[in-house]
Design a protein around this ligand. Structure first.
Ligand code: CAO
Length: 416
């Protein structure tokens, strides 16, 4: 892990439980480490930007003897905490008291905290103080929200709220919040998942991508899922289309193992992966993350659904662990939950192939008798590393995947 960006403490500082110690950036996640103890910081084991190793001491805290804790010195091994969890904690040792969320809001609007009068306890600066300061600067009037809260201006990371998943509501609602423009450009550091995206996507640029697209008729699968959904629900699992897409991909990979492989940096060796750890691109509030479902080759569709539910719950809470986020061997990206038909997915190195799924739409198609029927059509776009995968292989794999999904009963033949 690489310690970077922010350290909230220095040697000699007093800390309380849950005070922020530092931010840790791994390839996949940015988390805030907080203190488990009340005490005094005696030793920092790392400088900024040094690599910190899991299981090794990060910081020594002398525990307050008056509180009756036996040990004199202890090592923080606090589990990582997401930014969201962290937002309600105070950071001490600064002239101004404000939560990280308030500091971010101020930074995003180029406001110096020292210029804002805090109206909270001990002059703590609240979100409202920032918004009032901004309103005074811009002359904007901030209306109260339905709950009586003040609605913040839209910072970059918040943008427009996610579209409602209610299928009956076809027309996207306009954003009701008034936009407040501070009239100034702003520059902000790239951190967290966005930083990981810079790294991964820059590495992906070195890969010559071969693209292949097709359309899939999901009419039977749509019906099958409708039939199975209540069964899964009784067992406490939400059954979406992804488990079928993932299982069909794994069945295809058994026949085309080159697509579940990795190429070494010098392009001298290819490693065929025994496990089908299928990554699923997830759109979360913290940004794009790609946790993977491990060993899909030995999982049932129900087991995949259950695991996906777990990953989604952890992903939206910003609590996915390193194990879930690493070791992927092949990726599927269901951008169709948001919209679109064809895309150009970018391979996640060291993987060699990725598929992106468009939105499922009801479209007219012809059946075998030449009659028009309402078909549930989805487009798929594959990208493969053309250094080791030829177009014909990608197309054959896609055909097989397509046949499993267009005739889902055919999966039974190959299921173990
Ligand atoms: N077209 C239309 N509807 C779809 C669909 C598609 N391709 N895929 C799923 N749906 C439907 C589901 O059936 C579900 O409807 P019901 O509630 O009626 O069952 C609804 O959309 C919501 O699905 P979901 O999001 O709960 O579950 P999922 O397993 O289908 O998708 C996930 C999970 C994580 C893939 C998705 O939430 C997501 O994050 N997608 C975006 C991925 C992304 O950002 N890709 C880009 C990567 S590159 O930057």
């Amino acid at each position: 892990m690489c310690l970077e960006c922010k350290r909230y403490i220095k040697e000699g500082d007093s800390v309380s439980q849950f005070d922020s110690i530092c931010e840790v950036q791994s390839d996949k996640a940015s988390v805030t480490i907080t203190s488990r103890y009340d005490g005094i910081i005696r030793k920092l084991h790392y400088n900024l930007d040094e690599i910190a190793y899991v299981g090794k001491p990060l910081v020594d805290i002398e525990i307050d003897a008056s509180k009756g804790v036996a040990s004199e010195e202890d090592v923080v091994e606090t589990p990582p905490m997401s930014h969201e969890e962290h937002t309600h904690q105070e950071i001490k040792g600064h002239k101004t008291l404000a939560t990280p969320a308030v500091r971010r809001l101020a930074m995003e609007n180029n406001i110096k905290l020292s210029e804002v009068v805090g109206t909270g306890k001990d002059n703590r600066i609240l979100k409202e103080d920032i918004l009032n300061y901004l309103a005074k600067q811009t002359g904007a009037i901030l209306p109260p929200s339905p709950k009586g809260e003040i609605i913040p201006p839209l910072p970059k990371s918040e943008t427009v709220p996610a579209a409602p998943k209610d299928k009956a509501r076809k027309i996207p609602l306009p954003v009701s919040r008034p936009l407040v423009f501070s009239g100034k450009d702003k520059t902000e550091p790239i951190t967290g998942f966005h930083k990981a995206m810079v790294k991964t996507m820059s590495a992906a640029l070195k890969i010559p991508h071969f693209g292949y697209c097709d359309e899939i008729d999901l009419t039977q699968l749509v019906q099958l899922r409708e039939d199975l959904k209540p069964l899964a629900q009784i067992r406490g699992v939400k059954l979406s289309f992804m488990p079928f897409f993932i299982k069909a991909a794994s069945l295809g990979l058994l026949q085309y193992p080159i697509l579940n492989a990795s190429l070494d940096e010098s392009c001298q060796n290819v490693t065929y992966k025994a496990s089908h750890n299928i990554g699923v691109a997830m759109d979360t509030e913290q940004g794009l993350i790609v946790p993977n479902v491990k060993n899909v080759q030995v999982c049932s569709v129900f087991e995949i659904a259950s695991e996906l539910n777990r990953l989604q719950a952890l992903g939206s809470a910003g609590q996915l662990g390193t194990n879930d986020l690493t070791g992927g061997t092949f990726t599927l990206s269901n951008i169709g939950t948001i919209g679109g038909t064809y895309t150009k997915p970018v391979i996640l190195p060291p993987e060699v192939a990725i598929g992106a799924l468009g939105k499922i739409q009801i479209l007219p198609r012809f059946n075998g008798k030449g009659e028009v029927f309402k078909a549930q059509i989805m487009n798929v776009s594959w990208s493969a590393d053309h250094r080791i995968i030829d177009g014909a292989t990608m197309a054959r794999f896609s055909n097989l995947w397509k046949s499993y999904l267009e005739n889902p009963a055919s999966m039974l033949i190959d299921l173990k």
